[in-house]
Design a protein around this ligand. Structure first.
Ligand code: SF4
Ligand code: SF4
Length: 433
């Protein structure tokens, strides 16, 4: 089943409510079956928002005024489709009509317009396999769906990173770049301590990390929309930062790429995660767990959760007896209640066409990697898109923070698999009405 899923589904997640199969009717399904030039089909649903967003920007054209995050989503230009990327919480809000992944041509404009500028070339759209017509491919992820690559997608584990959600691939790369002086600072998402020590796993707080300890605060996956770009003003005011690593999901990376030239940095690297279907808020993520797992999690300190390759939701928690060995509760996707998507998946994510994070230099994910006993023992996948990405990988391997494995590959007909899932899954049926 895992092989079939990887067989060109093209939708997988690090950190989000990575509901790859169950939301296929609304987004992943379309993404899996559509060539890249249909990115605009979804984005056009936001056209109606463009006029209001333009007038809002016009009002503030002399001095851009950040939008108060407490007004989300009504006060934000993309309204309910806003993925809370953080741009509008800074003075860079003046760029929103050109940068936002959910306004105007959105992701089509960003990816079609920036892919060549970022990677030096567009993806090879001829590299696209329909598995029920041809099985001449080698089971390796193709560019038509997965984006520009300098090498085939590969398996990887983080090394010497304690306390990560998986093995620490993202953290390991970021730490190695900071330790080696390749960058002066890292934009990443930490857990917000204001939420109390037992609950902070789900509450994302963007930070401009200047030390390894700061970067380590970013360990663990936050399963809710995270305003990564909210630190842009702090970054612009930090004249000592000339080389930056930005970490983020696809929609945040798109907005960052659109404004990165405004930051006057000497070097910019982008480390992305594959991402599918985040919860709109930390509260929604917690509600998802309490509704789905009921009393199974009572009294347990949750560390995180993922929708895994075995078609179960894995919740990682400390049982209080041995902090170095987390425990897991597991629940099959197909036993989840039908209305889960209504409150647990953000509207932006249901309209997203960038699960593969097309504009990052390196992307880390997990669907398509073989599942070991648990997530913290399993390989993840790594996609390298350009020369900067190759340098990032080299830095992490030479710093002994990253171990590379075999190529990630799959087999089977993803079309048949996706069709069967869409027609039989009760959450998809509920979403489709
Ligand atoms: Fe602004 Fe980002 Fe929301 Fe778009 S997604 S409206 S750029 S905060
Ligand atoms: Fe952003 Fe898409 Fe991830 Fe949602 S699924 S957080 S819209 S990249």
């Amino acid at each position: 089943m895992v092989d079939i899923l990887f067989g060109k589904m093209g939708a997988y997640s690090v950190g989000a409510v990575g509901y790859v199969v169950l939301v296929t009717a609304s987004s992943a399904f379309v993404q899996a079956f559509a060539p890249p030039d249909v990115f605009s089909a979804r984005s056009q649903s936001s056209d109606v928002l463009t006029a209001s967003s333009r007038s809002l920007i016009h009002l503030h054209s002399t001095k851009p005024q950040p939008i108060d995050p407490s007004g989300w989503p009504e006060k934000f230009p993309a309204k309910e489709h806003c993925s809370k990327c953080g741009l509008c919480e800074t003075t860079f809000v003046s760029h929103v009509t050109d940068a936002c992944a959910f306004l105007g041509d959105g992701m089509a404009r960003n990816i079609d317009g920036l892919e060549k500028a970022v990677h030096g070339r567009r993806r090879n759209t001829q590299d696209l396999v329909w598995s029920d017509i041809s099985r001449t491919d080698d089971g390796i992820a193709e560019e038509g769906r997965f984006g520009v690559m300098t090498r085939p997608m590969q398996l990887a584990k983080g090394k010497n990173v304690e306390g990560a959600q998986w093995t620490g691939v993202v953290t390991g790369i970021a730490v190695s770049m900071l330790e080696s002086g390749m960058v002066d600072a890292v934009v990443c998402i930490a857990s917000n301590d204001d939420d109390g020590i037992d609950n902070n796993w789900s509450n994302p707080q963007p930070i401009l990390a200047r030390t390894v300890d700061d970067v380590l605060r970013g360990r663990g996956v936050k399963p809710a929309l995270a305003p990564s770009l909210a630190v842009l003003d702090e970054l612009k005011d930090s004249t000592d930062i000339k080389k930056l690593l930005f970490c983020g999901v696809g929609c945040a990376v798109q907005a960052f790429r659109a404004i990165q030239h405004e930051l006057q940095l000497d070097e910019v690297y982008v480390l992305g995660t594959n991402c599918a279907d985040n919860s709109p808020t930390p509260e929604a993520a917690k509600k998802f767990l309490s509704r789905s797992f009921k009393d199974k999690l009572d009294g347990k300190r949750v560390r995180g959760y993922e929708f895994m390759q075995d078609f179960k939701v894995h919740v990682k928690y400390d049982d209080g007896t041995d902090q170095s060995q987390p425990s897991y509760e597991r629940l099959p996707y197909f036993s989840l209640q039908g209305d889960v998507a209504e409150f647990a998946i953000a509207k932006s994510c249901l309209a997203c066409f960038d699960y593969t994070n097309a504009l990052a230099d390196v992307v880390v994910g997990y669907m398509g990697a073989p599942l070991d006993s648990s997530m913290d023992a399993s390989f993840q996948t790594i996609t390298v898109r350009n020369k900067k990405g190759e340098r990032m990988l080299k830095c992490a391997v030479e710093s002994d923070r990253l171990q590379l494995g075999n190529l990630a590959s799959g087999s089977g007909s993803h079309e048949k698999f996706a069709s069967t899932t869409v027609s039989s899954d009760n959450i998809v049926q509920k979403m489709a009405g």
